[in-house]
Design a protein around this ligand. Structure first.
Ligand code: SF4
Length: 209
């Protein structure tokens, strides 16, 4: 069974697939923070603003692989001739998205993207890999389609990732009370080092999840 916090159909708000309709599958649990406020001081990843604890979100629960593909098809407008596109996120989806589930979803004609912190080994054949490295953690997924770095982060500079094997490199402004300054920093960095592109969390501008 797969522990899922929430499942919903929306528009991808950030990174390469900004604007693309997708079913978001938020897996419960992360290896860099328990998800509980009382543990934040000892978390490796300190700026997380996502609720990934438990299974109590929208359509959350414990799913078999068949139940997961069924609910994805319930949410996706498959009568329009497009096969479903899902974004596996978390928490850390790599902890649960195993080969068995990837193969099952592919057999069901579902295309899979993952948003991972890059610290756990991934199953093979995931269609779109987006790694978002966090300070004080060591990434082992050094390849993929997209590297998306929240910027700035103390002790987590972009240059340490620039040589890795990714197709696209994004900086995304840290969303805190200094966000306007962080946007400026990201813009300046991208213009100085054009390997990097700016990613904005557009879903927050338009008020959708
Ligand atoms: S790695 Fe991602 S899900 Fe885990 S604590 Fe950090 S931001 Fe949150």
């Amino acid at each position: 069974m797969y522990k899922i916090k929430e499942i919903y159909y929306t528009i991808q708000g950030e990174g390469y697939h900004t604007g693309r309709p997708a079913v978001f599958v938020r897996f419960s649990g992360c290896n860099l923070w328990s998800g509980r406020e009382e543990d934040r001081h000892k978390a490796i990843c300190k700026f997380c603003d996502t609720d990934f604890w438990g299974t109590d979100g929208q359509r959350g629960g414990k799913y078999t692989k068949q139940a997961l593909s069924d609910i994805i098809y319930e949410l996706w407008p498959s009568d329009m001739g497009q096969h479903p596109f899902i974004v596996c996120t978390g928490g850390e989806p790599g902890l649960q998205l195993d080969q068995n589930l990837v193969d099952h979803l592919h057999n069901a004609n579902i295309s899979i993207a993952i948003e991972t912190n890059g610290t756990v080994e991934l199953a093979n054949d995931i269609d779109w890999i987006c790694v978002s490295p966090k300070a004080d953690s060591k990434i082992i997924v050094t390849y993929g389609d997209e590297l998306k770095l929240v910027y700035p982060q103390k002790d987590n500079d972009p240059e340490q990732y620039a040589h890795l094997d990714f197709e696209h490199y994004y900086l995304q402004p840290l969303d805190d009370d200094k966000q306007a300054a962080h946007i400026t920093q990201c813009v300046e960095y991208c213009m100085r080092y054009p390997q990097w592109k700016l990613s904005l969390q557009t879903h927050k501008f338009i008020g959708i999840d």
